[in-house]
Write a protein that binds this ligand. Structure first.
Ligand code: SF4
Ligand code: SF4
Ligand code: FES
Length: 247
């Protein structure tokens, strides 16, 4: 084995640099070179750059395990999670990183997805609507649920609010108020839940328009890039069919 092979190959990572907080700053690409380590993820590579080359580089992460959703970025043109992406998957070692489009930019690769997700959660009223909320009895035994329905709800609960589906959505890029697959699927989760007593007419008030389910063009960029493989296509179709029969 040559010295170079033993040391690992040289990666070239180009990152969009731009700090909208700094007056006069202009977007530009900056390339960093570093030595690849065995099993290296992009998350590790970016930390390596920040620790050893450029402490000003901005990007987000929390869990390093694909569960917090905060490390999503555009990796060689595709929205994805940096902590789940091995550098070895890029045969030429050249990687281009951009922040997810469709979100407020904080700086470099860091976006304000929290603000977007909070607005989405408020818009779809992301909680169980029980008409008897004023008479809550904490001693009451929880109602039983059909295990198949519980499984279907659990499947949608796996969303990590990473924003990849929003970044991959052409409609969202053209129509800023479009709810996006994450919001449509969140609503579908409550429409499935027998404990949520909202009527179809009430769900229609939230998503029965072009900023909701009728704006979706079903090109399915969202499903292609969801890192949790959520059944977005099935759920958006289910919601559209349900809403089409209201009124
Ligand atoms: S299928 Fe709908 S939500 Fe998904 S990417 Fe296309 S327009 Fe967006
Ligand atoms: S639906 Fe998938 S891509 Fe969209 S926010 Fe949830 S986990 Fe991410
Ligand atoms: S750091 Fe949490 S999903 Fe990547």
């Amino acid at each position: 084995m040559s010295d170079q092979e033993e040391k690992g190959r040289t990666l070239k990572i180009s990152v969009l640099r731009f700090n909208p907080q700094v007056k006069g700053d202009m977007p530009r690409m900056q390339t960093y070179e570093l030595t690849e380590a065995p099993g290296m993820t992009l998350f590790i590579a970016l930390n390596d750059i920040r620790e050893n080359i450029d402490p000003t580089l901005q990007f987000d992460f929390v869990c390093r395990a694909g569960i917090c959703g905060s490390c999503a970025m555009v990796i060689n043109g595709k929205p994805s999670l940096a902590c789940r992406t091995l550098t070895s998957t890029f045969p030429d070692g050249e990687i281009k990183l951009l922040p997810l489009p469709g979100f407020e930019l904080i700086g470099d690769l860091s976006i304000n997805s929290g603000k977007f997700m909070q607005e989405m959660n408020e818009r779809v009223e992301s909680w169980i609507h029980d008409k008897n909320m004023n008479n809550v009895d904490l001693t009451r035994i929880e109602e039983r649920m059909d295990p198949d329905v519980a499984d279907e709800i659990y499947e949608l609960e796996r969303c990590v609010e990473c924003g990849c589906c929003v970044a991959a959505c052409g409609t969202k890029q053209m129509r800023p108020n479009f709810l996006g697959a994450v919001g449509l699927v969140r609503l579908a989760r409550y429409a499935l839940d027998p404990r949520d007593k909202r009527t179809d007419e009430e769900f229609y008030e939230i998503v029965g328009n072009d900023d909701g389910v009728f704006g979706c063009m079903t090109l399915l960029g969202c499903e292609d890039y969801c890192p949790k493989d959520l059944p977005l296509q099935t759920q958006i179709a289910y919601l559209r069919r349900k809403m089409a029969f209201v009124k």
